[in-house]
Write a protein that binds this ligand. Structure first.
Ligand code: GLN
Length: 318
């Protein structure tokens, strides 16, 4: 019966949670006080199957900020709004092998990919009008559209963490440097401060592991949220997201990730990891302690276990 099945899966997920609980290595992000204050012992894990059914264990109601897991979604919006050719002219799709906040571009002076900050800020800039001075109300309106899109992916109204947003904005010198460097190359067609504001806001949206699992399954199902039945983005955009998440989603840890886990994924410094297995399921995991790449230690470990136990590696040969 469904009930037996659910308790079987929940029991298995609890077993994974227990296995990962011993590892308390890594450090909580501390570049802003709000992230430094997060309880490092929190842990949540959710799976959403392609039929929309959710399985969860741990702190699955705990909200944390989406941070870089926002990057594929804003990229999807840029692709939907401008088409792949226009986006490709501005943002590459090559893994950078460098840290997420590296100030680097390719020979054509494009950010190397949309999963590092330079590419993500450029993607955000493409959601704004091509004007050198963008009014705060215009950024507000663009952000409202962004929240609608992310919420449609999650199947729930997402809300911004105002304190995190203010801190991101107040301490964002590195991101400001990236945006101004891009602007100096002519890579941004809009007001760099407006693009940054939009990026800081998108990073500050609050999610749960269930939200990440549902967003993950929406990508896995080709852009249709199986819980609401609503098409949020196109199949070709979904294929794009899966591709860049595979090659660039885990930053400079990407090669190791593909080899040992083999699930298209995106991490954020809030401690979340989103996984998306084409046609099958979405994964949301949360644990705030991060490794040297900025990926959740227990989150990575959890995905390793899931992949090995359930044969989820995308190149699993049966
Ligand atoms: N807000 C963070 C930044 O822009 C997000 C980085 C991340 O999650 N890797 O630096």
């Amino acid at each position: 019966s469904t009930e037996d099945h659910t308790s079987l899966v929940s029991g298995y997920l609890q077993h994974i949670a227990d296995q990962c609980a011993a590892d308390d290595s890594g450090r909580v992000a501390d570049y802003i006080p709000e992230l430094a204050a997060v309880d490092p012992g929190r842990y949540g894990l959710s799976l959403c199957a392609h039929d929309g059914y959710i399985y969860s264990v741990g702190d699955t109601a705990t909200e944390f900020t989406i941070q870089s897991i926002s990057k594929p979604l804003t990229y999807a919006m840029a692709l939907g709004g401008h088409g792949a050719d226009a986006v490709d002219a501005k943002i590459g799709v090559e893994p950078s092998g460098e840290a997420f906040n590296e100030i680097s571009v390719d020979a054509r002076r494009r950010p190397r990919n949309p999963m590092i900050n330079a590419g993500a800020i450029t993607a955000a800039s493409m959601l704004l009008p091509s004007e050198r001075q963008v009014a705060p109300e215009t950024v507000e309106a663009a952000f409202a559209g962004l929240v609608d899109f992310y919420s449609a992916c999650a199947g729930r109204r997402l809300v911004v963490d105002e304190q995190v947003y203010r801190s991101e904005r107040a301490t964002g010198s590195r991101n400001r440097a990236i945006a101004y460097m891009l602007d100096s190359f002519g890579a941004l067609t809009t007001d760099p401060d407006a693009a940054l504001d939009l990026y800081f806001r998108q990073c500050s949206l609050r999610v749960t592991t269930e939200d990440l699992a549902v967003i993950g399954v929406t990508i896995a199902c080709g852009g249709t949220n199986p819980r609401t039945g609503r098409r949020v983005f196109s199949r070709s955009t979904a294929q794009r997201l899966l591709s860049v998440m595979t090659t660039c989603g885990m930053y400079d840890g990407a090669g190791d990730w593909v080899t040992s886990v083999g699930i298209p994924a995106k991490s954020g410094v809030g401690g979340g990891i989103l996984g998306s297995l084409p046609g099958q399921l979405g994964i949301g995991v949360f644990s705030p302690r991060l490794d040297a790449h900025g990926n959740s230690v227990r989150g990575v470990d959890t995905c390793r276990h899931l992949s090995a136990d359930l044969g989820l590696h995308m190149f699993n040969i049966t």
